[in-house]
Design a protein around this ligand. Structure first.
Ligand SMILES: *Cc1c(COP(=O)(O)O)cnc(C)c1O
Length: 235
C-alpha cells in the first residue's frame, strides 16, 4: 500500500513542479510518520524515503534509535524547551521554532554538543487561534533578527501549517503570504539567515504549496493512511 501511495504522491509532485516550471529537485517530500509503527517507516525507507517527520520528541528518538542512520529526521511539532536536549544532534531540521527562548535553548544545547542546528521559523499564516507560530509580520522579522545572533542555530527558512480545508485552493493565499514574507526577510540581508526553504503543504494541499514555492512538503495520510489516535478510556 505504501509503495503505491508514494508513487502517487511523487507523481503528483512531479506534475505540480512541471506545471509551475520548477525543477523537481527543489522539492523534498517528508513522510510524516507520527503514530505509525516502525515497520511502516521501513516500508517507506525501502521505497527510497530518507526524510521522515515526527511531532513528538519521544517517538522521534525511539524511531531514530531503531532505523538506519542515513534518515533525515524532521521535528515538525510543537517543541518544549525541556525536551530540546533529546533531539539536538539527531534531527536534520526543526521546523517549529516560534520563540526566542526556544531558539536559545536549541543554541545552548547545540553548543554543548558542538553542532549547529538548522531551524525554520513557524508562521501562523492564517492567524488561527488553535495554531502555534507567529501571526504578525513584524514579530517574525524581530524574532529572525534575534535568533540570527545566536551562535549555534542556523535559520534556513519558514514553515506554516495551513488550515484544514475542503478546497486546497483556499490555502493558496497563505502559501503566498509565507513566500512573500521570506522574500521580505531576505531583502534585509541579515547575517546567518537564509530563506531558501519553505516548509508548507500537507496531504490535502501539497500540490498548491508546490506551485507556490514549497521546498518541503509534509505528507502523512497520503502516504501512510489515516492516523489512529486511539479512543480515550471510558468511551
Ligand atoms: C501531521 C502533520 C502533517 C501531515 O498531515 P497529513 O494531513 O496527514 O498529511 C504535516 N505537518 C504537520 C506539522 C503535522 O503535524
Amino acid at each position: 500500500m505504501i509503495a503505491k501511495n508514494l508513487e502517487q504522491v511523487n507523481a503528483r509532485i512531479d506534475r505540480a513542479c512541471k506545471q509551475a516550471g520548477r525543477d523537481r529537485r527543489e522539492v523534498t517530500l517528508i513522510a510524516v510518520s507520527k503514530t505509525k509503527p516502525v515497520s511502516l517507516l521501513q516500508e517507506a525507507y525501502a521505497q527510497g524515503c530518507r526524510d521522515f517527520g515526527e511531532n513528538r520528541v519521544q517517538e522521534l528518538v525511539e524511531k531514530y534509535e531503531i532505523l538506519p542512520k542515513d534518515i533525515r529526521w524532521h521535528m515538525i511539532g510543537h517543541l518544549q524547551r525541556n525536551k530540546v536536549k533529546y533531539i539536538v544532534g539527531k534531527v536534520h531540521l526543526i521546523h517549529s521554532v516560534d520563540s526566542l527562548r526556544l531558539a536559545e535553548e536549541i543554541s545552548r544545547e547545540s553548543m554543548k554538543k558542538q553542532v549547529t542546528t538548522s531551524i525554520l521559523i513557524e508562521v501562523n499564516a492564517a492567524g488561527e487561534q488553535s495554531k502555534f507560530g507567529l501571526t504578525d509580520t513584524q514579530a517574525v522579522m524581530e524574532l529572525v533578527e534575534q535568533i540570527a545572533a545566536l551562535p549555534a542555530v542556523s535559520i534556513k527558512g519558514l514553515m506554516t501549517v495551513a488550515p484544514y480545508v475542503e478546497d486546497a485552493e483556499e490555502n493558496r493565499q497563505y502559501f503566498r503570504t509565507l513566500k512573500q514574507l521570506s522574500v521580505d526577510i531576505m531583502q534585509k540581508n541579515i547575517d546567518n539567515v537564509n530563506m531558501d526553504v519553505l516548509s508548507m503543504g500537507m496531504t490535502g494541499d501539497y500540490e498548491v504549496a508546490v506551485s507556490e514555492g514549497a521546498g518541503y512538503v509534509r505528507v502523512g495520510t497520503g502516504i501512510f493512511g489515516e492516523r489512529d489516535y486511539g479512543i480515550p478510556a471510558g468511551e
